[in-house]
Ligand binder design. Structure first.
Ligand code: THU
Length: 136
C-alpha cells in the first residue's frame, strides 16, 4: 500500500465531511459522506442517497466509488467515511465488497465528530474476499 501524505489525508477527510452535507437521507436521518483516493491521484466524493423504496438506498462509499469508476478510475487507494456521530462508522458489508473490486489493498479510515477513528485496511475488514481473481 502506497503511503498517503498527512496533507492528502486531511484533504480526503475534508472531502468526506463536505460530502455528508449533500446526503439525501430522509428515512434514516443518518447522513454519511465518503471520499476516495483513486489511482489517478484524484479525490472523488459521495454521500448516501436513499429512496422511498428503502432497499434501493445507496451508501456514501458506493456513490463515491461508482462515480469514480464512471469517470474511468479503476483503482481505489484509500476510502474515508465520515458520519456526524460520536463513534466512527465502518463501511457496511456491501460496501466492503465494492471497495474490494477496485481496492483490495485500500486503506479505510472512518472519522466522526469526536476523536474516535477507525484506521484500517480493506483486507482486515473483508478477509479472504471474493473478487475478480476468483473468476479468472
Ligand atoms: N450507510 C452508508 O452510507 N455507509 C455505510 O457504510 C453504512 C450505512 C447509509 C445507508 C443508509 O442511507 C444509512 O446510512 C443508514 O443505514
Amino acid at each position: 500500500m502506497k503511503k498517503i501524505s498527512p496533507a492528502l489525508e486531511q484533504r480526503l477527510k475534508k472531502a468526506a465531511r463536505a460530502a455528508a452535507k449533500k446526503s439525501y437521507s430522509p428515512y434514516s436521518t443518518f447522513p454519511v459522506g465518503a471520499a476516495i483516493l483513486a489511482g489517478s491521484g484524484r479525490i472523488h466524493a459521495g454521500c448516501n442517497i436513499e429512496n422511498a423504496s428503502y432497499g434501493l438506498c445507496n451508501c456514501a462509499e458506493r456513490t463515491a466509488i461508482f462515480t469514480a469508476a464512471a469517470l474511468g478510475e479503476r483503482e481505489v487507494r484509500c476510502v474515508v467515511v465520515y458520519t456526524p456521530t460520536q463513534t466512527a462508522t465502518p463501511p457496511c458489508g456491501a460496501c466492503r465488497q465494492v471497495i474490494n473490486e477496485f481496492g483490495p489493498q485500500a486503506r479505510v479510515i472512518s472519522i466522526c465528530d469526536s476523536d474516535h477513528c477507525i484506521d484500517t485496511t480493506l483486507d482486515a475488514l473483508l478477509p479472504h474476499a471474493f473478487g475478480p481473481r476468483n473468476l479468472a
